[in-house]
Write a protein that binds this ligand. Sequence first.
Ligand SMILES: NC(=O)c1ccc[n+]([C@@H]2O[C@H](COP(=O)([O-])OP(=O)(O)OC[C@H]3O[C@@H](n4cnc5c(N)ncnc54)[C@H](OP(=O)(O)O)[C@@H]3O)[C@@H](O)[C@H]2O)c1
Length: 240
Amino acid sequence: MADALVTGAARGLGLALVRQLLDRGDRVFAAARGGSEREALRESKRAHPDSLMPIALDVADPQSISDSVGEVRKHTDKLDLLINNAGIAGEHGGNSSTAPEPLGRVEQRNSLQVFAVNTVGPLLMVQAYRGLLARAKAPRVVNITSRMGSIEDKSSTGYYSYSASKAALNMVNKILSRELSPEGIVTIVVHPGWVQTDMGGSHATLPPEKSAAALIRLVSALSEKDSGAFFNHDGSPLPW
Ligand SMILES: NC(=O)c1ccc[n+]([C@@H]2O[C@H](COP(=O)([O-])OP(=O)(O)OC[C@H]3O[C@@H](n4cnc5c(N)ncnc54)[C@H](OP(=O)(O)O)[C@@H]3O)[C@@H](O)[C@H]2O)c1
């Protein structure tokens, strides 16, 4: 049985990924702030009592990351798939006539929190789970980035912290791919599309179920040569 861990698992894209990984027969460590206290995870647990393992995890808290590894190790000695999905857009501080987080409204506290969750969190997760990943047959790390982190593609203003945190995540992924390739660990960044979640809003084009299905298809087709790549959800490459 494949073992998968998804962060930010109790709502949005993370929850859709958890449900579809369960449907395909994986054992899923659903990592979320509040763990088994989250109603969406309790519900999934009732439907999949043996294969869903809710785990308490705050990706901005190194102790919580380390504790989560201890919890996962109680059930398995390997991890086949780590999906670093948790992410925040941060406080925008704009209004309807300005771009979100315009110049003049950038705040250090907000910016650092966005980087802690979107960039440093995924890096610390891979560092903490490296041992378990290295024991899987074909380990995969999927870092959910955003097209807004593409420097080449950037045409809009605002969203300084979010866009920069995802560009930095893309770099983190590239370095990880170089370091972890010898251990057979494939690590990618992928833009999930514009998804109808709390973050994406109701005007977004993709329901979370469709985005999750596309991401799982992409992961299933990955090979070692893909490590380090920046993909769109449909598997096409995105510019850095
Ligand atoms: N929606 C889009 O259109 C879109 C586009 C491009 C990229 N993305 C990326 O896709 C990923 C999922 O986003 P989404 O659309 O599902 O957003 P969402 O609905 O706002 O959900 C965000 C998720 O991240 C979790 N999270 C936030 N801070 C956390 C922390 N410190 N520790 C652990 N979990 C934390 C949240 O958990 P809580 O429930 O505990 O708050 C929630 O599960 C993010 O990385 C986002 O940047 C989304």
